[in-house]
Design a protein around this ligand. Structure first.
Ligand code: B1M
Length: 216
């Protein structure tokens, strides 16, 4: 079994220590951090997600796999986050109210850091007011929201509606993402951008901020 496959296997078993060790070993062997992330960690988590859906594994197994995923990401972070000198903008990022999933949100945070953003991670289960208050407090350019449940996706709209009510909608670039979210939902709720993955989110955010500031 190859190293990347082993990382995926250990992640599925929730063996955080092994995942950490093997991710470090893969980096030491010169394997591209993005390959480790996509083909090792994320592919392992996809398999767990599929098994969860089919009732082959349950919440405790998913939870330990998620811990192993976060452990692996911690080792990868310095490699994925190669920050430039000048912050290109500020972003407030969180998972919407009612939603406790944080792995995708953490990846988005990391990729934004890598793209040169100053990040304000407001965490999980975030009230609409909190996104807005934080954005106002730090003079953010971007509000990024993640949702993993069909039941929590509408809470993204709550934030956008609240921004409109407060006359703040045009002040911020609003970005949404997460497994159940898609382009048409993003349009429907009036978000500026939807992206399917964290790396693209960071690229799109950078371009949008530079355009808004008239730099690009
Ligand atoms: Co949950 N869960 N979960 N879960 N869980 C899902 C989401 C589910 C699809 C599983 C399934 O049935 N197949 C399902 C949702 C069904 C639905 O709504 N249609 C589900 C369910 C039902 C639940 C519970 C209700 C289960 C229960 O209690 N009975 C419960 C809800 C708790 C709550 O939030 N209130 C629950 C709980 C949990 C755990 C706590 C056990 C754990 C979370 C641990 C944690 O996050 N620390 C967990 C996990 C791990 C999953 C799965 C297996 C994996 C999610 C994940 O981390 N994926 C998931 C199955 C799946 O998604 N296939 C599932 C890896 C992560 C990198 O992907 O977050 O999608 P993701 O991020 C991607 C992109 O979406 C994008 O970038 C990333 C890739 O680069 N992205 C953005 C994300 N945010 C973005 C924002 C952007 C742009 C891109 O711009 C701002």
């Amino acid at each position: 079994m190859g190293l990347i496959e082993e990382i995926s296997e250990f992640l599925q078993k929730g063996r955080a220590k092994n995942v950490k060790t093997l991710v470090q070993q893969a980096l030491d062997e010169g394997i591209d951090p993005k390959t480790i992330l996509n083909d090792g960690l994320l592919s392992g988590m996809m398999i767990i997600g599929e098994k969860f859906k089919n009732n082959e594994v349950f919440v405790p197994e998913v939870l330990v796999a998620a811990r192993a995923m976060n452990a692996g990401i911690t080792i990868l972070e310095p490699e994925l986050v190669k920050v430039g000198n000048e912050p290109i903008g500020r972003a407030v990022i969180g998972t919407v109210k009612g939603d406790l999933h944080d792995i995708g949100k953490n990846l988005v945070t990391m990729m934004f850091k890598g793209a040169g953003f100053e990040i304000y991670d407001v965490g999980i289960n975030v009230e609409a007011e909190t996104f807005i208050q934080k954005a106002e407090e730090v003079n953010a350019d971007v509000i990024g929201m993640s949702a993993l449940l069909t039941t929590t996706m509408p809470n993204m709209q709550t934030v956008i509606d609240m921004l409109k009510k407060q006359g703040l909608r045009d002040k911020y670039i609003v970005m949404v993402g997460g497994a159940p979210v898609n382009e048409s939902f993003a349009k429907q709720i009036g978000a500026d951008y939807y992206t399917a993955d964290a790396a693209t989110a960071a690229e799109v955010a950078k371009k949008a901020v530079l355009e808004k500031k008239g730099i690009a």
